[in-house]
Design a protein around this ligand. Sequence first.
Ligand SMILES: [Zn+2]
Length: 130
Amino acid sequence: MRYVETVIFAFAKVGVTPRPFSLEYQGIRLKGTLHRKASHRLELDATLHGNISLDCDRCGHSYRQEVNEHMTLQISDEAVQDKDNLDIIEFLDGRVDLLFLLKSEVHALKGDYHFCPQCETEDEILELEF
Ligand SMILES: [Zn+2]
């Protein structure tokens, strides 16, 4: 399959045949396919891969961490009734903005609480001592 560098898809133009795409933001590449499940529902099947720059929540040092995640998401072009289902993303203007999606994923990764490898090791040692 040839992964075309794509940022935005027209919701209406995605069919049942998976459409490959690939894009990058801040060192993280989102690569996968988009296909139609129902008239108002698309499915995204992709991997997030790359190196992200994080700031340690303990010592403040920035460090790089490898990201390698598989993700599946439902995309809707109409308002979703079931607001509890966080795996559905709405694009009400009919434009599936993959860059927006990738940016949110990267910001979510950065927003998580995380320790650099050194602090993580020190933490383990502390736990062993007690
Ligand atoms: Zn640290």
